[in-house]
Design a protein around this ligand. Structure first.
Ligand code: GDP
Length: 365
């Protein structure tokens, strides 16, 4: 039998193992556009099915780009730059040129200085050893910046193929769907969803007679908090609208909880504002430092939620990191959750689940 590939995720269709990747019932094979059961359910019921695939498999597939020629478009989530920038990309894609695209711009406050952000992204990429030709800011969901980006891709690709790469959940599928919609006027050709790991196979979309645009599987970054929370909680921490910064005037020895998933203690320093950039629906709770441990112990999952019961089972224990910050506006970043901007000249302790490593950076906004 000739191999058939899923129109949704590009994985090879099989009809034998209902639990396996690419399964579809035999009766569906007669349809013109065959979808695997997983994409079918996603498309029609908005529901994701668990399919396990090893990280190694992802890497092996994506590494095949090394042996081809083309422009690599690396999409990252602007809300989770540290968690979604693939530092090993040059090794994966060989000598192919890379452009960096910050997606989900609609989530940042409108007041964000875009030139400053582009500059900062260029520097971050360089510091991470990632040589990029250019940096763009877009919102795949809202359409912002797409025309300029497609124009530039057309120029830079030099008639060669285009590879779209990124970690899971950065919005690759949404971006490609938009391109398809623009060029062929057909929506929902590939699956998009909330959940990491959704886009599985390579999908090739013709650009012209000689070249294609390739959607690659999302590389899983284990540091993303998305891997440690239930589907329900993922909705609770994922911003869907422009983030409204929440400002807390704190004195030393006060603590902020972000749901029950992260925490920051203001240890030493003059009274100052802590500006919090998290999904608007994520509850933030202020308390005294001396009461914080007890509060967590007794109220995690209730007052301090998420985590729900399922997440509690997945969540690694908290580790804490202490920062003595100089007199400079600094972001304390909880990858995948958000960040807190402080004016500096203070000591803080950040608590996060082990593996979801907190970092600091010069203030982004
Ligand atoms: P992929 O795994 O990289 O293919 O990511 P998807 O395209 O499936 O998108 C992951 C999630 O991010 C979905 O819930 C999308 O709706 C959402 N998303 C994608 N692009 C944007 C964007 O520009 N802005 C916002 N706010 N959400 C986006």
């Amino acid at each position: 039998m000739e191999a058939i590939y899923c129109m949704g995720c590009g994985v090879e269709i099989q009809t034998e193992d209902p639990k396996g990747l690419g399964y579809t019932p035999k009766s569906s094979l007669e349809k013109e556009n065959v979808l695997c059961k997983r994409c079918f359910r996603l498309k029609h019921y908005n529901e994701i099915q668990d399919v396990s695939i090893q990280d190694d498999d992802f890497l092996r597939m994506v590494s095949s780009i090394r042996d081809r020629k083309g422009l690599v478009v690396h999409i990252i989530d602007i809300f989770d730059v540290n968690g979604t920038m693939i530092e090993s990309l040059p090794r994966i894609v060989g000598n192919n040129p890379i452009i960096l695209v910050g997606n989900k711009m609609d989530l940042l406050p409108k007041s964000t200085n875009q030139q400053k952000l582009i500059h900062w992204l260029k520097k971050s990429a360089k510091d991470a050893g990632l040589k990029v030709q250019d940096v763009f800011l877009i919102s795949s969901a809202k359409g912002f910046g797409i025309d300029e980006l497609t124009e530039q891709i057309e120029k830079l690709r030099n008639k060669q193929d285009v590879f779209i790469v990124g970690t899971t959940n950065v919005g690759k599928s949404t971006f490609i769907n938009r391109l398809i919609k623009q060029s062929v006027g057909e929506s929902d050709v590939i699956t998009t969803s909330y959940f990491p790991g959704t886009t599985l196979g390579f999908i090739e979309i013709p650009l012209d007679d000689d070249s294609v645009l390739i959607d690659t599987p999302g590389i899983v970054n284990q540091e993303q908090i998305a891997h440690y929370v239930s589907d329900q909680d993922l909705k609770g921490i994922t911003p869907t609208k422009e983030i409204k910064p929440r400002v807390y005037q704190l004195n030393a020895e006060q603590t902020l909880f972000f749901g029950g998933l992260a925490r920051i203690d203001f240890i030493k320093g003059d009274k100052q504002s802590f500006v919090c950039y998290f999904a608007n629906q994520l509850p933030i709770h202020r308390t005294k430092l001396e009461k914080a441990d007890d509060l967590y112990e007794n109220h995690v999952g209730e007052l301090l939620s998420p985590p729900d019961e399922e997440t509690k089972k997945l969540l690694p224990q908290f580790i804490n990191t202490s920062y003595r910050l100089a007199n400079e506006k600094t972001d304390i970043v909880f990858p995948g959750l958000g960040w807190v901007t402080v004016n500096g000249n203070c000591t803080v302790v950040a608590h996060s689940p082990k593996g979801v490593n907190v970092s600091i950076r010069k203030s982004l906004i």
